[in-house]
Ligand binder design. Structure first.
Ligand code: CAA
Length: 258
């Protein structure tokens, strides 16, 4: 296990684990944390021994948003020159599936970071929101785009324009999170999900992620064509033959590509 000032990084089996670690600031996402999270995730993404990435916060906060105190120091030329928040897109573009466990606050950039994960397991205490309007700004890490694509215009407008927080149950009802579990099971459930994904054929899992992610960005026809091409391409790998043989032989598959 290695430790840096804003995150704790470790690998358990085939799961790469990144825990946000600024508890006094409710894991507010400052520039250093952004760089450390994205760098760690990029390293996991290129590690053949890692099949899934687990993203964790703390009990009180997954993350309470971008660091307001840091942003308050910036002016427009600095924000524009740095293309503030762009680096987060490198996380969103990774091929390795990402599972997030969310307990407590996931506000602003915290909600947007959770939405960059592929599976969100929420504890019952999880609170989601896009409160940027209350700071005189708007979401800047994807809230207006990913939230709208996830939950639709009615709920996204409600959250983005009023800044209201929603609880875990509402988040599950509107399709923002994958599962809700008691708080004390959120981390272990997310671990189980990540471990399960990491047992799959790695290229199949990556292409499954790519295909679902493409539905956020393409027309239906383009997305369907991409899905078919990816489906066809999996027949070039030993895992397709193994998976189908294992089914016929009533045994578990032994993946070659992991
Ligand atoms: N940035 C910087 N510091 C933050 C922070 C943030 N987003 N959120 C909390 N903190 C700090 C507080 O300033 C406080 O620090 P001090 O002890 O030094 O005063 C510490 O974390 C604990 O916070 P509170 O005392 O406020 O805790 P609370 O339990 O009373 O309230 C909260 C919790 C409701 C989450 C409240 O902290 C809050 O409203 N935070 C800001 C939420 C927010 O507006 N997020 C959006 C940020 S903008 C953004 O994210 C833009 C984008 O799209 C990327």
């Amino acid at each position: 296990m290695s430790e840096s000032s804003t995150i704790v990084v470790s690998t358990e089996g085939r799961v790469g684990r990144i825990q946000l670690n600024r508890p006094k600031a409710l894991n507010a996402l400052n520039q250093q944390l952004m760089e450390e999270v994205v760098s760690a995730a990029v390293t996991f993404d290129s590690d053949p021994g890692v099949g899934a990435i687990l993203l964790l916060g703390s009990d009180k906060a997954f993350a309470a948003g971008a660091d307001i105190k840091e942003m308050a120091q910036q002016d427009y030329p600095e924000m524009y020159a740095a293309d503030w928040f762009r680096r987060w897109e490198d996380l969103a573009q990774l091929r390795t599936p990402i599972v997030a466990a969310v307990k407590g606050y996931a506000l602003g950039g915290g909600c947007e970071l959770a939405m960059m994960a592929d599976v969100i397991v929420a504890g019952e205490s999880a609170t989601f929101g896009q409160p940027e309007i209350n700071l005189g700004v708007i979401p800047g890490m994807g809230g207006s785009q990913r939230l709208t694509r996830s939950v639709g215009k009615a709920k996204a407008m409600d959250m983005v324009l009023t800044g209201r927080h929603i609880g875990a149950d509402e988040a599950e009802r509107i399709g923002l999170v994958s599962r809700v579990v008691p708080d004390d099971q959120a981390t272990s459930t997310a671990e189980e999900v990540a471990e399960l994904i990491a047992t799959k054929s790695k290229p199949a899992a990556q292409m499954a992620k790519e295909a679902v992610a493409a539905s956020f960005e393409t027309t239906l026809q383009q997305g369907l064509r991409l899905e078919r091409r990816l489906f066809h391409s999996l027949f070039a790998l030993a895992d397709q033959a193994e998976g189908m043989s294992a089914f016929a032989e009533k045994r578990g598959p032994e993946w070659r590509h992991r």
